[in-house]
Design a protein around this ligand. Structure first.
Ligand SMILES: *[C@@H]1O[C@H](CO)[C@@H](O)[C@H](O)[C@H]1NC(C)=O
Ligand SMILES: *[C@@H]1O[C@H](CO)[C@@H](O)[C@H](O)[C@H]1NC(C)=O
Ligand SMILES: *[C@@H]1O[C@H](CO)[C@@H](O)[C@H](O)[C@H]1NC(C)=O
Ligand SMILES: *[C@@H]1O[C@H](CO)[C@@H](O)[C@H](O)[C@H]1NC(C)=O
Ligand SMILES: *[C@@H]1O[C@H](CO)[C@@H](O)[C@H](O)[C@H]1NC(C)=O
Ligand SMILES: *[C@@H]1O[C@H](CO)[C@@H](O)[C@H](O)[C@H]1NC(C)=O
Ligand SMILES: *[C@@H]1O[C@H](CO)[C@@H](O)[C@H](O)[C@H]1NC(C)=O
Ligand SMILES: *[C@@H]1O[C@H](CO)[C@@H](O)[C@H](O)[C@H]1NC(C)=O
Length: 670
């Protein structure tokens, strides 16, 4: 049988792809990921072939010993195996920049974990050093004397506590524990648990925990493979130099190697089944000046607005208090008062309150872009309190001059006070629309959803989806990835309707349901998503279609697909949704700390105005994160979700998250 050229760096799925593709077409689906399982297999098979060559070689004392004949078949093949390991290592280093050294920095405290990692680092270095030596030796075998080579070989395989064999065993049990131990207690599992808990690690690595586990595993296995190749090389050398047959020793060494590999795969598999598959985006480096790029906002939904009580009722009376006006309209305008100098709130006024009698209102410059959705920069009360003072020096002069608003007395008994209300006004300046139309992947062309992001287009927020061609094993053709074009429309068009095409937020309907719609059923992948309005909340529904894992084809996606929402799940049917509150939220982008996911499944949160004190309630929070949420490499999905992230005291962001299809488990399973 012809020895098949080893192709070690193809993605896992090439295995499956080869059923439909000719290997000679040479299409590598994802060049970036090392298929370590395949590489392990290839090295083992390659070594076996080398031994067959040695065993079958006729005894010919006139020829060079095999290990010294670098042009001979045996050394050529050893070189080839070495090339593949080194190539994989290089690829992996490019794709997965994390080294054990940088990993150590990620653990903030001097812990047992850090200590163990240091040990592992040392052992890895020793193995790497010797491996380098071996490859150099192979280059210079002509000039090398047998003595040096034998010394090297003896170090590799001799019994004893500082040999390579011992080191490899120790390295393995340090990382993966002993086969009889629980896999949860292994360092590998601990590192993964640590990764899942620590957002700063996730942000650095930009990987779902499952992807991270696989990459880490690959890194560790490459060292294992190097050690194995060295030991095989050493036995060859020793046997060639007539030191003995070593049949027993070699079979022992191989058995240990096999046991280690089997055990590591088992630990990886255990970890994979327990670990999360959710991928979400961390904040960009700096939110400032990223409006419209990394984030956007609902504008003027409920905005701080100053109005005198006399204008809040039909009788121009001042019999009541500000707090009595909870849902009214601005009715009139008394001459020479603030209402003649500011744009009137044409919508309803909510939650009015008395803050102080006399004030200076600093209106925003309506022509300046950044502040265009604000009414006021700040409000300075004569009693010293200032709303929206945050970030503005007390001495700052108001760019637009500032307008006085002073309460007055009427009929001696009554005070006509200025109230601070929230204005719910639909206008061209108020972007408050969410698309309700279905977004479907092009399932006729076997496309599935691979990612999501929010986009604001023509004042409407859309959850845009990315699609890619489904391949066998739940994988996706990376060169077919594309964002599904938005269906754009103008909300002022008479044919475009609220409740059908879009949802218009208002005081009574402004909540976002926070759910993760994912399935455990591994015959289903995501092929669409939509928002609908459920109990006055924006609620996410996800479309799932069945596919054949072997062929990678969707099965009757036009008729057999299902839309699932959170309410469909049994465990949530009796549990009411929990409301998440924002208390006195500062503008989302002003947080110096990066956001953390703060919501759980089956919760909801309303769009509210920002803090009265910190921002004069001029902004609508949460903001919307616009970043692409596509894991690298892109794969098919088992779910989609919307969550809230941020920090206490800030408005935070709504953002999509994805749940990657669980194909590793299937591949690693024996
Ligand atoms: C071995 O030789 C090849 C070319 O003959 C060279 O590309 C390679 O870098 C050398 N490797 C080492 C480790 O010296
Ligand atoms: C060496 O091992 C081979 C089988 O691998 C066997 O045929 C041979 O007899 C052994 N030679 C010695 C000297 O033990
Ligand atoms: C003011 O009058 C309008 C129409 O005349 C009415 O719809 C509204 O309810 C009245 N508001 C109050 C606060 O009485
Ligand atoms: C408002 O902003 C524009 C553009 O930034 C500027 O040209 C104009 O002078 C500003 N007006 C006032 C009153 O500050
Ligand atoms: C506001 O921003 C838009 C798009 O970024 C730009 O086209 C426009 O000129 C800006 N207007 C002002 C007044 O700066
Ligand atoms: C991947 O997609 C590209 C572009 O759509 C196409 O040319 C190529 O044949 C696809 N590869 C596979 C393996 O389907
Ligand atoms: C998975 O979903 C398919 C299609 O909806 C269904 O036929 C199958 O019974 C489900 N399998 C499990 C284990 O729930
Ligand atoms: C998937 O497709 C293969 C090949 O066409 C077929 O043999 C197998 O029965 C299919 N599996 C399912 C679950 O439909």
């Amino acid at each position: 049988m012809r020895f098949k050229l080893i192709m070690s760096v193809k993605f896992l799925m090439l295995l499956f792809a080869m059923m439909s593709l000719k290997p000679s077409s040479g299409i590598s689906i994802i060049e970036d990921v090392v298929d370590i399982i395949k590489l392990i297999q290839e090295v083992s098979e390659g070594v076996q072939i080398v031994w067959n060559l040695i065993d079958n070689a006729p005894v010919d004392t006139s020829k060079l010993p095999i290990v010294l004949d670098k042009h001979g078949e045996v050394m050529r093949r050893m070189d080839e195996l070495n090339d593949h390991i080194q190539h994989s290592e290089k690829l992996q280093a490019e794709y997965f920049a994390m080294t054990i050294e940088t990993l150590k920095h990620e653990f903030h405290t001097e812990s047992l974990l850090t200590h163990k990692l240091s040990e592992i680092e040392d052992m890895t270095k020793v193995i790497a050093k010797h491996y380098r030596y071996m490859t150099e030796v192979q280059n210079f075998t002509d000039k090398l004397d047998a003595f040096t080579l034998n010394n090297f070989a003896e170090w590799c395989v001799k019994p004893g506590s500082n040999s390579l064999g011992y080191l490899t065993d120790a390295l393995h049990s340090n990382i993966f524990g002993e086969p009889e131990d629980k896999s949860e207690s292994s360092l590998f599992a601990q590192m993964m648990a640590n990764y899942e808990k620590d957002e700063s690690q996730i942000c650095t690595a930009e990987r779902s925990p499952q992807q991270y586990a696989y990459d880490l595993f690959t890194k560790l296995m490459l060292t294992e493979l190097k050690a194995y190749l060295m030991m095989e090389f050493s036995w060859m050398t020793l046997r060639e130099s007539g030191k003995g047959n070593f049949t027993l020793e070699m079979s022992l060494m191989r058995r240990n190697y096999q046991e280690r590999i089997t055990h590591s795969k088992q630990v990886l598999l255990d970890v994979m089944t327990r670990i999360g598959r959710v991928y979400w985006r961390c904040d960009p480096m700096n939110w400032q000046s990223k409006l419209g790029v990394s984030y956007d906002q609902v504008t003027r939904l409920l905005q701080g607005y100053v109005e005198n009580e006399v204008n809040l009722n039909n009788d121009s009376s001042c019999f009541q208090t500000c707090e009595d006006y909870t849902d009214v309209r601005s009715q009139g305008c008394i001459a020479n008062e603030l209402c003649t100098k500011q744009p009137r709130c044409e919508g309803r006024l909510h939650s009015c309150q008395f803050i102080g009698a006399d004030m200076t209102v600093c209106q925003s410059n309506a022509t300046s872009n950044i502040t265009s959705s604000r009414r006021y920069d700040y409000i300075q009360f004569n009693n010293g309190r200032r709303l929206g003072q945050d970030g503005i020096e007390v001495e700052t002069v108001c760019a637009t001059g500032g307008d006085l608003a002073e309460s007055w007395s009427k009929w001696i008994f009554w005070r006509c006070n200025y109230c601070f209300c929230l204005c719910d006004e639909e206008s061209l300046l108020s972007d408050r629309y969410f698309n309700l139309r279905d977004t479907l992947s092009d399932y006729q062309r076997n496309m599935v959803v691979t990612g999501a992001r929010f986009v604001k287009a023509q004042r409407v927020f859309h959850l845009q989806l990315q699609q890619g061609e489904l391949l066998p094993g739940g994988l996706v053709n990376q060169s077919s990835l594309a964002w599904i074009p938005l269906e754009l429309y103008d909300v002022s068009n008479v044919d475009i309707r609220n409740g059908y095409d879009y949802h218009k937020l208002n005081y009574n309907s402004r909540a976002m349901d926070l759910d993760e719609i994912a399935v455990d059923n591994d015959t289903l992948v995501v092929t669409g998503a939509r928002f609908h309005v459920l109990n006055n909340h924006l609620n996410l529904e996800v479309r799932f279609s069945t596919f054949n894992f072997t062929t990678g084809h969707l099965i009757r996606p036009d008729v057999d697909s299902i839309w699932l929402g959170n309410d469909w799940r049994k465990e949530h049917q009796d549990k009411p949704r929990q409301k998440l509150m924002l208390y006195d939220p500062q503008v989302s982008t002003k947080s110096a700390l990066h956001s953390l996911p703060l919501s759980k499944d089956n919760q909801y949160m309303e769009f509210v105005s920002s803090s009265v004190d910190k921002d004069a309630a001029q902004s609508t929070v949460p903001f919307i994160d616009l970043q692409d949420v596509v894991p690298n490499p892109a794969v098919s999905l088992s779910g989609l979700g919307i969550y809230h992230k941020g920090r206490r005291g800030f408005g935070g962001f709504f953002a999509p998250k994805v749940v990657t299809y669980n194909f590793w488990e299937k591949l690693l399973a024996p």
